[in-house]
Design a protein around this ligand. Structure first.
Ligand SMILES: [Fe+2]
Ligand SMILES: [Fe+2]
Length: 284
């Protein structure tokens, strides 16, 4: 099965809640840094270990943007959110495509039902999927999906892309319906204004954030990387920085006065295209 990859192709809900309460009681506010990472894929033991080893002291006044693809396992997602909320003052999150996989669930419902389940877990863990404001900075999470606006999928991609087997949508949902469904959640946040607005999504808002060195054979994946509808929302929001995940190709580049940043952690073998470290994108 194909996932985005360019080089070659203990804790429960109550645990989260208790950590949130403990942290709120002890926080001392100083300078705030905003870190970003995506695509932790903690199904891999080394990736999970990196999360477990995050400093308990270094980020206590900081914000973490976690831009999707933590795991398709609800149990692992909950574990990860419990860890990062204990390490950071605030954690902002959007799910990636992997979180909406249902093929391994014992009694699989639709991916939309799993999304609702994720919203409850996120809330219980003290993580936010809503706009965050502090002083001169606002951070806006943007949901999304892909809709083939970056290209028509080949037969090879339709046959190989794992989401087609691992996600389950209502019978009348096309891929465009999925993208529209998630983009609609963003509407209320698109008029946010502040000195510095930062937005983030799991999916790519534009395909030209991909570097020229991507082999043509790998460009087969472009139709499932994101949507132009997301970029239309970003143009309305006019952020200074937009963080995206999903591609697993770390990059920072400015297009139309927006700094687009990818800091995916990625799969263990993706050492050439991922830094495998938190990236500080802004300070307050
Ligand atoms: Fe990913
Ligand atoms: Fe992804």
């Amino acid at each position: 099965m194909v996932r985005a990859s360019w080089l070659q192709g203990p804790d429960r809900q109550g645990f989260c809640g208790s950590r949130v309460a403990a942290r709120a009681a002890t926080r001392v506010t100083t300078q705030m840094r905003i870190f970003a990472v995506s695509d932790l894929h903690i199904d891999y033991p080394g990736n999970k270990r990196w999360v477990a080893d995050l400093s308990g002291m270094d980020y206590r006044d900081d914000v973490l943007i976690l831009a999707g693809d933590v795991s398709d396992s609800i149990r692992l997602l909950e574990w990860c959110l419990g860890i990062v909320t204990a390490r950071f003052a605030h954690v902002l999150y959007v799910p990636g495509n992997h979180e909406l996989w249902v093929h391994r669930d014992e009694r699989p419902g639709t991916s939309l039902e799993k999304f609702q389940q994720i919203l409850k877990i996120v809330d219980a863990c003290g993580v936010s999927m809503r706009t965050f404001h502090r002083n001169r900075i606002s951070i806006v999470p943007l949901l999304g999906w892909y809709d083939y606006s970056f290209g028509t999928p080949s037969e090879e991609l339709l046959d190989a892309w794992m989401d087609y087997r691992a996600c389950r949508w209502p019978d009348d949902f096309s891929v465009s319906h999925v993208a529209e469904y998630f983009l609609k959640f963003n509407d209320a946040a698109l008029d946010v204004a502040n000195d510095t607005v930062i937005s983030f999504s799991h999916f790519l808002p534009r395909i030209d954030v991909m570097p020229a060195y991507i082999p043509s054979q790998k460009q087969m994946l472009y139709p499932v990387l994101g949507s132009a509808g997301l970029e239309a929302q970003i143009r309305r929001l006019r952020p200074a920085i937009h963080v995206y995940g999903h591609s697993h190709v770390n990059r920072s580049l400015t297009l139309d006065e927006v700094l687009y940043v990818n800091n995916a952690f990625g799969y263990p073998h993706e050492t050439g295209i991922t830094a495998k470290a938190l990236k500080c994108i802004c300070t307050d």
